[in-house]
Design a protein around this ligand. Structure first.
Ligand code: T5A
Length: 215
């Protein structure tokens, strides 16, 4: 069941270091090579306001411990800005949107991870997104130790959320798998511990079989 927009939205989700940025870039390249107009962006971010919120959330910009409720609301504020100003117009023009994290990150991290009520978070997500929703969600699944190892190898240190206790990361990974079990029509789960090219082939197969790009 696709959204009412002529465009298509593919979101990438998963625990830290699963290769979402890498795979989002590769998918956008393949879609462009197929002749499609593609908008590629990320959450939190993708708008000037969203990028400032990203800095607040990741880099302790305000030099004040961020309470969990503020964290959840800030992710949703960045999302509202992105959906209204960027995603909805692009989808209305018939473009494909490739999105590095979206609403399921809030359910996994703030819900299963921090412990907020999932239905409350779904309502907040709905308020933030309006009619924008993913047509397909690729869950790049990876054991948390391996994913955190990759993230640290890339950036040299853990950011505020990556530094959360390992149990937090285990809960959110299980949360993602639970979300995927509940919505098998929207989610495609891909083993992200495989090499980049093998993961990319699985991602393309999921997009091709479910959304028929260029058809
Ligand atoms: N968050 C976000 C919430 O808590 N709630 C929300 O609602 C939202 C939207 C975002 C943070 O915010 C949280 C989740 C996050 O903690 P981010 O910087 O965007 O922060 O962090 P992540 O989305 O987790 O992205 P990462 O940068 O950690 O990792 P990616 O994008 O999954 O992976 P990528 O592609 O950057 O790859 C990481 C490293 O692994 C290598 C890459 O070359 C790179 O060095 N790699 C592979 N190595 C081997 N095999 C493969 N298959 C590989 N794929 C990539």
């Amino acid at each position: 069941m696709h959204s009412d927009f002529p465009g298509r939205l593919v979101s990438f989700e998963g625990p830290e270091g699963g290769g979402k940025s890498t795979q989002a870039r590769l998918l956008a390249e393949k879609l462009r090579a197929a002749g499609l107009a593609v908008l590629s962006t990320r959450e939190p971010g993708g708008t000037p306001t969203g990028e400032i919120i990203r800095d607040l959330l990741q880099n302790d910009l305000a030099k004040e411990p961020l309470c969990d409720a503020s964290e959840a609301l800030l992710f949703c504020a960045a999302r509202a800005q992105l959906c209204r100003n960027v995603l909805a117009p692009a989808l209305a023009r018939g473009e494909w949107v490739v999105l590095d994290r979206f609403t399921d990150s809030t359910l996994a991290y703030q819900g299963y991870g921090r412990g907020f009520d999932i239905e409350t978070l779904r309502a907040m997500n709905g308020f933030a997104t309006g009619p924008v929703r993913p047509d397909l969600t690729i869950l790049l699944d990876i054991p948390v130790e391996a994913g955190l190892g990759r993230a640290v190898a890339r950036s040299g240190a853990r950011d505020r959320i990556e530094s959360a206790p390992i149990d937090f990361h285990r809960r959110l990974r299980e949360g993602y798998l639970e979300l995927a079990r509940r919505e098998p029509g929207r989610f495609a789960v891909v083993d992200a511990s495989a090499p980049v090219d093998a993961v990319s082939a699985k991602v393309w197969e999921a997009v091709r079989s479910r959304l028929s790009p260029g058809a």
